[in-house]
Design a protein around this ligand. Structure first.
Ligand code: TRP
Length: 361
């Protein structure tokens, strides 16, 4: 069976380091692994509207920002199809048929949706479109017959919902759809990078993000004010690694080579951590290392972004081409779905013949 990836992001803001370690970096590796027959990366504008319906301008503006972030992170339009969800109208049509296969109480039990409802104060009045978005996400995945969906662990309930819909569809109408598997980040640091303030999650609304498009000055300022160990007051004090954001970021980004290059007093991160815990290592030295490590990772991304920013029309063309390819794929699945449900009235001559026979013998 073909190995197919589909994944995506809601375009509600520029992408940050949390997105990068949690998914973008992995997508680029998967793209370059050559193991996948097709890769679709979706800018989920329609899903973003389910909780931003009153602010379509924000979503529209961020489509190009997210596309720029994708391309600058190293996604290669020759190898992946980057597309805009709302342009692939077949996805909406699939959603409509899948809605019959899911109960209201099942949607209300979805743990991710439950948390989001609380966060958005939707408790007293939930927009139908919002509650329904796991079904629409199942359409996104199944329209491409995706086998592999690289996501963070918060998305596991969505994949489970998609699998249930696939099973229900296939057992009701015949084998058409493919059950997808989630592909989770390979280590826990990458699953959820904390914000620069040490809070559990990097998030635009908390103002604790380092963006892929940040300048070197932004990064240096943000790292220097990062949360460390509040009890590590003097250099000579023993320091704690628990909840120490600077070390968490080093865990996510640092390689042994970085020590040789930027901090030859230590061979590797473990040696540096040991020294920090013993006492005698100041935060500033650790932060300087982190700035260098982040710069190594972000400088090429920033340079690629600058190139693409000079040619926004080119970025539009990439999105158009990816969207056309995605549309073709989704249309094929939709026609198989309708054939299985026998609602492809004008395409299946046997449907007409059945009536002919009934009334004219
Ligand atoms: N729900 C995802 C997010 O909030 C975005 C998304 C929409 C998605 N459709 C998808 C992810 C299909 C994976 C597969 O980031």
């Amino acid at each position: 069976m073909a190995k197919i990836i589909l994944t995506g992001d809601r375009p509600t803001g520029r992408l940050h380091l949390g997105h990068y370690v949690g998914s973008l970096r992995r997508r680029v590796e998967l793209q370059n692994s050559g193991e996948f027959d097709k890769i679709f990366i979706m800018i989920a504008d329609a899903q973003a509207l389910t909780d931003n319906f009153d602010n379509p301008g924000k979503i529209r503006d961020n489509i190009i920002e997210v596309a720029l972030d994708y391309l600058s992170a190293g996604l290669d339009p020759e190898k992946v199809n980057i597309f805009i969800q709302s342009e692939v109208t077949e996805l909406t049509e699939l959603t409509f048929y899948y809605m019959n296969l899911v109960t209201l109480s099942r949607l209300e039990r979805n743990p991710t949706v439950k948390t989001e409802i609380q966060m958005r104060n939707f408790e007293t009045s939930i927009p139908v479109g919002f509650l329904n978005y796991p079904i629409s996400q199942a359409s996104d995945i199944t329209a491409f017959k995706a086998t592999t969906v690289p996501v963070g662990d918060d998305q596991l309930p969505m994949i489970e919902q998609a699998r249930e819909i696939v099973r229900k569809f296939n057992s009701t109408y015949g084998e058409v759809l493919v059950e997808p598997d989630a592909l989770l980040p390979n280590n826990s640091v990458c699953s959820r990078l904390p914000g620069t303030d040490g809070k559990a999650k990097m998030s635009k609304s908390l103002g604790n993000c380092i963006y892929l498009s940040d300048t070197p000055e932004d990064i240096s300022k943000k790292v220097m004010s990062m949360f460390t160990d509040p009890n590590h007051l003097k250099v000579s004090d023993p320091g704690s690694l628990e909840g120490n954001t600077v070390f968490t970021y080093l865990d996510a980004f640092c390689k042994d080579e970085h020590f040789e290059k930027y901090c030859p007093d230590y061979k590797n991160l473990q040696e540096m951590k040991d020294h920090y815990q013993r006492g005698g290592l100041g935060d500033v030295k650790v932060k300087r290392l982190l700035i260098n490590v982040l710069e190594d990772e972000l400088a090429p991304i920033r340079a690629r972004r600058a190139e693409y920013e000079k040619n926004i029309k080119g970025v539009y063309d990439i999105l158009k081409k990816g969207t056309d390819a995605a549309k073709k794929e989704a249309a094929q699945t939709l026609s198989e779905v309708k054939a299985a449900m026998k609602i492809n009235y004008f395409e299946d001559p046997s449907l007409l013949e059945g009536w002919q026979e009934k009334y004219n013998g």
